[in-house]
Ligand binder design. Structure first.
Ligand SMILES: [Zn+2]
Length: 442
């Protein structure tokens, strides 16, 4: 079908991106598997393979060349940017990351527009001098303690800049609250004004520095999306009423943004024109989710492009439910494991890819393989992996709708699936839609 002329550029590109993470033979096998066996187009194959092997999520979604940005323009979700900055404070230290000693450099960087903490994760051969100006290349940003942080990973580079930048003594943050739709809320948006309808309310007791405090929490929605909120003060919020919240701020928990109503916040009752707010899960593209960092209760529609290791028949500790490899739990020692069934899928929707963890009941539903049958199969073949191979055959290249919460960690976006279904696509309708899209693009 396809020839090596088509595969070589993809192979070479991936080799560069995944340097040191995969050997040439395996990479070529993967490239052939995706493009020839699965028949996936080159772009999607590229994304899926990067997603599978690049545990350093920073480069997972890099497509464009990086661009130079000013500090005040950073949003905390940039995947590939350059900054030209002065080193204001530099601290080099040795840390222990999962048993390996590493030199990391952290501190504060500044330019004309503001200051920002930074971390260089491969600091072994880097020397930063306080007061000097540097060009950070291929950096990425994250939110950390409500501030944008500049990070430099294995793909990053630092060069001494030709010019110098001036950092003003003090940068005053703008304090004006700006209006935003709930669907557009992401980490780092700052001081915001939101109008939304209360979908649910609850009170929670939490412990703050030894003191018990009540938090008023719930879900608020408008016609663009929904978000969890929490308030320190009792505004007597009731289900179904619409409020306008001024001076709210956003904090994210594992990538999922949450609306916080602090002491400076003003709440007023208003009437809305949202009409019927869709109680159903909102449908989002993976690239939109990646931009925000996470999402609450969303549906994604895409193609299963791979099954990750850790799928199929797995063993768990009966006491803490951790998945374990041998019959030993890191917390409970030698134990009699219980079996479970799950899938870790890579789903691609054409805009990006995410990992999705599917629990036992949905795995049984989608594959028709029950836990009991999986145990039988593994026993008959004396091989636990036979189950995941079987599942891979049934699930890969299937079109799937998954619903759940998406969180982000160092491995990129991951959905904990609450509900999954395989879509029986009417091929004729699909083909017609594709032609219409193509015509529309011409
Ligand atoms: Zn345990």
């Amino acid at each position: 079908m396809s020839n090596n002329n088509q595969l070589t550029p993809l192979f070479e590109e991936l080799k560069k991106v995944l340097e040191g993470k995969i050997d040439d033979d395996t990479l070529m096998k993967e490239v052939k598997k995706y493009v020839e066996d699965y028949g996936i187009d080159v772009d999607r194959a590229k994304r899926a393979i990067i997603k599978k092997y690049d545990t350093d999520a920073t480069s997972s979604f890099v497509t464009a060349d990086s661009i130079v940005k000013k500090i005040d323009a950073l949003k905390g979700s940039e995947m590939n940017i350059d900054v030209i900055v002065k080193a204001i404070y530099v601290d080099k230290k040795e840390v222990n990351i999962r048993g390996t000693k590493k030199i990391i450099i952290s501190g504060i960087l500044g330019d004309e527009t503001g200051t920002c903490p930074f971390t260089i994760w491969e600091g072994e051969s880097v020397d930063l001098i306080k007061g000097e100006t540097y060009h950070f290349k291929n950096a990425y940003t994250k939110m950390w303690n409500e501030r944008v942080q500049i990070n430099l990973g294995t793909r990053g580079k630092i060069e001494k800049a030709d010019s110098t930048v001036d950092v003003p003594e003090r940068t005053i943050p703008t304090s004006e609250s700006r209006e935003i739709k709930i669907g557009d809320i992401k980490e780092g948006v700052g001081n915001i004004t939101v109008t939304g309808r209360i979908i649910s309310t609850e009170t929670r007791n939490i412990n703050v520095k030894g003191e018990s405090k009540v938090v008023y929490a719930g879900i608020i929605a408008d016609d663009s999306g929904k978000i969890q909120y929490s308030a320190w003060n009792d505004y007597s919020l009731k289900d179904g009423e619409t409020i306008c919240v001024k001076n709210a701020y956003v904090r994210a928990w594992r990538g999922i943004p949450q609306l916080n109503m602090g002491d400076r916040c003003e709440v007023s009752r208003v009437t809305d024109n949202f009409g019927q707010i869709q109680e159903v899960t909102s449908k989002k593209t993976i690239s939109d989710i990646v931009k925000i960092g996470g999402a609450l209760d969303v549906a994604v529609f895409g193609t299963v492009v791979d099954l990750r290791t850790g799928s199929g028949l797995i063993k768990r500790c009966p006491q803490c439910n951790r998945s374990i490899l041998n019959d030993e739990c890191s917390a409970h020692g030698k134990i009699e494991p219980v079996f479970d069934l799950r899938m870790k899928l890579i789903v691609d929707d054409g805009t990006g890819a995410l990992s999705a963890v599917v629990n036992r009941s949905d795995t049984e539903k989608l594959t028709g393989i029950t836990l009991a049958a999986a145990e039988e199969l593994a026993k008959a073949q004396s091989d636990m992996d036979s189950v995941s191979r079987e599942i891979a055959q049934m699930i890969i290249m299937k079109r799937i709708t998954i619903k759940g919460n998406v969180m982000s960690d160092d491995y990129g976006p991951m959905m904990i699936v609450k509900e999954a279904s395989i879509d029986d696509v009417d091929v004729v309708t699909e083909a017609k839609k594709l032609y219409e899209e193509m015509e529309g693009a011409l």
